[in-house]
Design a protein around this ligand. Structure first.
Ligand code: PS7
Ligand code: MN
Ligand code: MN
Ligand code: MN
Ligand code: MN
Ligand code: MN
Length: 342
């Protein structure tokens, strides 16, 4: 028997149920992937969701968390391993980890090696910023590399291993890393309030230090103008990645891989456009409108359409740069660069 199909394999069916329960944006595009990539990337997602659930769980003391993160990749070789003490919303993937490892063990060896290697590197990387904050922009890039750049690198290696994409896609780790950085920086920028309220600080001090005494002070009404200038500076930094993301996506041939990569990227630029110069980032969660999101997901089907979407949102931002913004010229320059490659 094949056991590669959810009809005849209840364990795999459960994995897809967990994917749908735990991912807002990735479930549909992962389920649409061709051939062997579908299960490999579903399992990759669940393994990393489990690892991130450990990272995010503020009820686990660092002294327990550090060895858990560093040794997490070894759990893939232990059919019994599970963790029952998480308080996080996605804890089901830790509580039923044996279902995930069972399907992991059915993947081709080349896929298993990529997933295990990325899991090891990410787990170690996550410990670096557990007991200290992100200071410089280099450190911001370093943290984002651990939690998202490595995902981009691993995914690209899986695309190449599946033969659905050229070897070059798997080898150019700089571009793959930057695909992940664009998503993660957008996530960190948008999640300012939620993260600060939970005692997490992912905005780089070298930037916010110019605008406030404490990162949390950016949420105070009296600091609204400085806060928005700080926000705009970080958005400008994230937008520098757009040319590399366009180059990466230009290299893709497979339609299902293209959609999987492009949809999160267009959601990210739409999110940055929504957040730019928007004080609501400091009072609540800024979300893109449902209708807008659906339109983009249908639209991002080839590189020309993705360029047009990126162009549209970049033009919106460039038209809203305030005259008194301390980084107005930099933002204008970064927009001009992004517009010229879209
Ligand atoms: C394997 C599809 C497509 C070349 C679970 C997809 C944290 C933004 O920071 O929990 O905890 O708030 O909101 C996804 C590049 C990663 C980067 C990553 C794995 C794109 C765990 C997604 C998703 C590379 C580590 C949002 C990075 O989670 O974040 C698969 C190419 C997981 C991708 C973390 C963040 C995802 C994220 P946070 P969230
Ligand atoms: Mn998370
Ligand atoms: Mn996290
Ligand atoms: Mn976040
Ligand atoms: Mn989140
Ligand atoms: Mn154009």
């Amino acid at each position: 028997p094949q056991h590669n199909d959810t009809e005849e394999n209840p364990t795999l069916k459960t994995c897809y149920d967990y994917l749908k329960q735990t991912s807002r944006s990735f479930a549909a595009v992962i389920q649409a992937l061709d051939g062997e990539l579908r299960n490999a990337i579903c399992i990759f997602y669940l393994v990393l969701r489990a690892l991130d659930t450990v990272e995010d769980d503020m009820t686990i003391p660092n002294q327990t968390k550090i060895p858990m993160l560093k040794g997490f990749y070894k759990n893939l070789q232990d059919p019994e391993w599970r963790y029952m003490d998480s308080k996080e919303k996605d804890r089901i993937v830790l509580e039923d980890f044996p279902t995930i490892t069972k399907e992991f063990q059915r993947l081709a060896p080349a896929f298993r090696e990529v997933i295990s290697d990325i899991c090891q590197k990410m787990g170690s990387g996550m410990t670096v910023f557990l007991d200290r904050h992100v200071n410089t922009l280099d450190e911001w890039n370093e943290y984002c590399h651990y939690v998202a750049g490595l995902v981009g690198i691993g995914l690209s290696q899986l695309f190449a291993a599946s033969k659905l994409e050229d070897e070059e896609v798997g080898k150019d780790t700089r571009l793959a890393n930057n695909m992940g950085l664009f998503l993660q920086k957008t996530n960190i920028i948008r999640d300012y309030l939620e993260d600060v309220q939970q005692g997490r600080q992912f905005w780089p001090k070298a930037v916010w230090d110019k605008y406030a005494q404490q990162l949390g002070d950016l949420a105070l009404a009296e600091n609204r103008s400085d806060a928005v200038h700080c926000l705009n500076e970080l958005i400008t930094n994230a937008m520098e990645l757009i040319p590399d993301c366009i180059t990466y996506m230009s290299r893709l041939h497979n339609q299902s891989v293209f959609n999987f990569c492009a949809i999160p990227q267009v959601m990210a630029i739409a999110t940055l456009e929504r957040c730019y110069n928007n004080p609501a980032v400091f009072t609540g969660v800024v979300k893109i409108r449902k209708g807008e999101a659906v339109k983009m997901m249908m639209g991002a089907t080839n590189i020309e359409k993705v360029k047009a979407i990126m162009h549209h949102f970049t033009l919106q931002i460039s038209s809203r740069i305030p005259k008194d913004d301390p980084n107005a010229e930099r933002t204008q320059r970064v927009c001009r660069q992004a517009l010229s490659c879209t």
